[in-house]
Design a protein around this ligand. Sequence first.
Ligand code: ADP
Ligand code: ADP
Length: 231
Amino acid sequence: DNILEVQDLSYVYADGTKALHQINLEIRNGKTTAVLGGNGAGKSTLFLNLNGILKPSSGRILFGGKPLEYSHGGLRELRRRVGIVFQDPDTQLFSASVYQDISFGPVNMKLPEQEVRRRVEGALARTGISHLKDKATHCLSFGQKKRVAIAGILAMEPEVLVLDEPTAGLDPMGSSEIMKLMMETQKELGISVVIATHDIDIVPLYCDRAYVLNEGKVIMGGTPTEVFSRK
Ligand code: ADP
Ligand code: ADP
């Protein structure tokens, strides 16, 4: 089953930049899908379309078989169900403490206090940062901030977790730790994961499927073995 289906999606920015041209791809339920491509290939534009921050210029996106709804309520729901962790954690963290930052989403969802606490503690544990919960976010390392940003999204309990360059700026140890945490989380929660990356080493290790974007077009799609053997 596909949790997300992108059908003939094109996206043109207000200044006329054609960022995506009739792309098609499928995000399998419970699997990890990689989106590869250099700078400017269209990865971020694709992700912003997946959670409704951008609306397709043409084509459509299905979530659970149904077209995305761009009403106020539909978008709220979509942003909860498709969580995006951006490349630079500083764009995503804005509360004083780690705990407050992670609780922002659940509080905003008006969940009962006890449920907020359960989710925040769960997300802290999953990302291995329980010991940092009372720290000020601004004094954390880059890798720690990255985990706080991931925890904040996990606390929303999304069905799809979109990670934009999750290993960028991390050393090899930090990269493999974060990927292992993500894979454990995925297995335990049964969520679907989408990863944009330049880091092709992580693809055969962690991804079930890979798509290659170039100049706004999908130029390849298949298992990591298929994609890399056609290079
Ligand atoms: P089925 O035969 O029921 O469609 P498979 O899992 O055998 O199920 O996969 C069939 C096709 O789906 C293959 O082409 C495979 O590459 C593709 N596929 C596998 N994983 C994913 C994924 N994460 N996203 C999209 N397509 C996938
Ligand atoms: P990637 O994430 O793969 O680096 P992007 O989706 O950011 O690629 O960019 C795809 C194309 O869209 C590039 O040509 C980029 O310059 C352009 N682009 C991105 N954001 C905007 C914007 N806000 N306005 C105009 N063009 C943009």
